[in-house]
Write a protein that binds this ligand. Sequence first.
Ligand SMILES: Cc1cc2nc3c(=O)[nH]c(=O)nc-3n(C[C@H](O)[C@H](O)[C@H](O)COP(=O)(O)O)c2cc1C
Length: 333
Amino acid sequence: MNENGPIQTRLTRRFGIRHPVVCAPMAFVAGGALAAGVSRAGGLGVVAGGYAGALGAEADLDAELVTASAEKFGAGFITWALERSPQMLTRALKHSPFCIVLSFGDPRPFAREIRDSGAALICQVQFLSQIDLAVEAGAAAIVAQGGEAGGHGAARSTLPFIPEAADYLRKHSPETLLIAAGGIADGRGLAAALILGADGVLMGTRFWASAEALTPRSHTDKAIGSTGDATIRTKAFDALRGAPWPREYSFRILKNKLTAEWADRESEALRSFGALSTEYARARAQNDLDMVAIVCGEAIGLLRDRPSAASIVESMVTQAAELLRKSSSLNFT
Ligand SMILES: Cc1cc2nc3c(=O)[nH]c(=O)nc-3n(C[C@H](O)[C@H](O)[C@H](O)COP(=O)(O)O)c2cc1C
C-alpha cells in the first residue's frame, strides 16, 4: 500500500515511495531501525554497510538488514572499501534490498552483480565529472552531494551543483533520477532542491539526530545547539587516525580540540599518516569528545531536537508542500 504524499516526483513514482526523501547510508549511525523508520514514514531508508568491514568494528550488517527488511530498504557502501571486501555486497544482496547506494569510488565493478540481483543502483557523486561513470554503471539515480554535507565529501556547494547536475543529466541521460544532498534538513531544503531540478533529497545530518539512529546520545547532546559555523571540513583527521581515504575526499565534523590543533596542518597530517591511530582508538573507547569525531554537517545549525524519523519526514514534507504551493503564486515584480 502506498497512498500518494503531497509531493509527487519521478523519484516517488519510480521507486514506489510516498515522499521524495531518502535517508543517507551513514556508517555507525544508519542501522535497521532508522532505515525501517524512514521507510515506514513513506521515505526510503538505507542501512549503512559503511567500510564493509575494512576498518573493523562494523555493526553486524546482517542483523541490521534483517531489521530493515520489515519495510522497503536499501544498503549503502563506501566503494573504495568495498573493493577490499566485495563479499559484503553479496551478503547484503541476499537480503533483497530495493537499492544499493555506492559512494566514493568507481561503481562499475559492482554494477553487474547489483543489476543481476534486481536492486536499483544509486551512485552518490561529489563532482560533475563523476556522473559519466555512474551513468555507465547503469545508475537509476545519482545523488549529487554538496560540501555542506556531514561526513565525507568534497568541495562543491549544493546550490550550484544541483542545477548543474540536473542540466547535465537532462542532456546526457534524461532517464536518470537526480537526488540532492548536503545541507538539507527541513522543508525549505526539500522545496529548494526540487526547484533546483532534483527529484528528491537524501539527508544524513537530520536523521543522524533522530530517535532511531545509532548515534551516541553524548554526540547529539554536544552538537545540538551549535550553529552551522561549528563544523569544519578537513583531511587531517583521517590521516592522523590512519583511515586510507582517497585524497579528493575530506571529512566534515564538529570542531573539537583535535581539529583546532590539526585542521590547518593538513599536509603535515598527511605525511604523518596513522600517527594518532592508537590514541584515537583509545579516545574512541573512552568516548573522549575532544578527540573523537562528532560527524555532522552544516545543517546542525537547523536542528533543535532528536525526534523520530517519522516526525522528521512528515514535518519536512508538510512544510515543503506548503512552500511550493505558496511559491507557485508568488509575484516578484
Ligand atoms: C554521521 C554521518 C555518516 C556518514 N557516513 C556515510 C557513509 O558511510 N557512506 C556514505 O556514502 N555517506 C556517508 N555520509 C554522507 C551522507 O551519505 C550524505 O551525503 C550527507 O549526510 C548529506 O548531507 P547532510 O549531512 O547535510 O544531510 C555520512 C554522513 C553523516 C552525517
